[in-house]
Write a new protein. Structure first.
Length: 333
């Protein structure tokens, strides 16, 4: 069986300031890479308080476009960069400040992300540690319901796992990514966090796959809303920085679909919603869609045959599996 080596990028979002796409378990071959363009449409109807209860403090609609590049430096080492552009609007009775919360859309470039990952083990499980740094493209406004991000630096480290589920589940696979983020200190508080993204996928055909997705985050230090913010005024320094120092915890779940149009082009989409959370926006609907293009540089090696792992996975190359990064979980502005 012949299959072209390819890798599909993290959507991500995450990654985005509030959310991070930590990496793929599979690494593209040396000299091969991928460019991806993704779109996100997020609607937040409620806000979580620190005790997990939901409250209507106004609605937020956000849109994002994310451009990402992934490249295999060697057969084990890959580099990826991404930059999102976001814009959103707030509708409600509790604006933080004007004009950002005046009911109109406001947009800006958000945060650069530069990541590195190295595949240590391929069998029986792909094991790929990663490092990344996220930094604002410029100092944008973070105090507002419709702000595009939280304007903070962070360093990420973690690992990704992935493998076929054959022979127990022919055509099935899983990926799991764990990341720990060390974030910029604000008002003496460093709200470091752990993020776990999981995906179980199944190839209906060689080109079409379905995914079940879960994304969770736990912040290891930070403040709770509303008890830690007795004064909620734009002139209060703690309140002006509350989106940067909240302990935002969440669990989002949903599903996705991916389709390979050709050997070089693929489209993908996902839909997620909040199941549980604390101190953040309740993600009512998080829709993502995008497309990616796989390329080879002139000095890359010629493609080689990729051996299947057995009869159960014949015709499948699990490097086409894509960890679809869930939409960002924004602070409770």
């Amino acid at each position: 069986m012949r299959a072209k080596r390819r890798l599909l990028l993290l959507l991500a979002a995450v990654l985005l300031a509030g959310a991070t796409c930590f990496g793929q378990a599979w690494v593209p071959p040396k000299g091969e890479g991928e460019m991806a363009l993704s779109y996100q449409n997020l609607f937040n109807k409620y806000h979580y308080n620190g005790d997990g209860s939901r409250h209507d403090y106004g609605h937020v609609r956000s849109f994002r476009a994310i451009e990402e590049l992934d490249y295999g430096v060697t057969d084990k080492f890959a580099v990826n960069v991404s930059l999102p552009y976001g814009y959103g609007k707030y509708h409600g009775s509790f604006p933080h400040q004007l004009p950002i919360d005046n009911g109109d859309y406001h947009g800006a470039l958000q945060d650069f992300r530069v990541g590195f990952r190295y595949n240590v083990v391929k069998r029986p499980v792909q094991f790929t540690p990663f490092l990344a740094v996220v930094f604002p493209s410029h100092h944008y406004e973070h105090f507002g319901h419709s702000a595009v991000g939280i304007d903070m630096w962070e360093a990420q480290m973690g690992m990704s796992l992935g493998r076929s589920l054959a022979p127990a589940l022919p055509r099935g696979y899983f990926q799991l990514s764990y990341g720990y983020s060390i974030v910029q200190r604000v008002l003496g508080i460093r709200s470091n966090r752990s993020r776990i993204d999981t995906e179980f996928g199944y190839f209906l055909t060689r080109r079409l796959s379905l995914q079940a997705i879960a994304a969770s985050q736990i912040v290891h230090s930070g403040l709770d809303f509303p008890q830690d913010f007795p004064v909620r005024s734009p002139t209060n320094v703690t309140w002006r920085h509350h989106d940067q120092i909240l302990a935002i915890n969440f669990l989002n779940m949903g599903g996705g679909i991916a389709y390979s149009i050709t050997r070089s082009w693929q489209v993908y989409s996902s839909l997620l919603t909040s199941v549980w959370g604390q101190n953040g926006h309740v993600l009512q609907t998080g829709f993502s869609a995008g497309m990616s293009w796989t390329f080879r540089v002139p000095w890359a090696r010629q493609p080689v045959e990729v051996a299947a792992s057995g009869q159960e996975t014949e015709g499948l190359d699990l490097r086409t599996a894509k960890l679809i990064a869930p939409p960002a979980q924004q602070p409770c502005h």
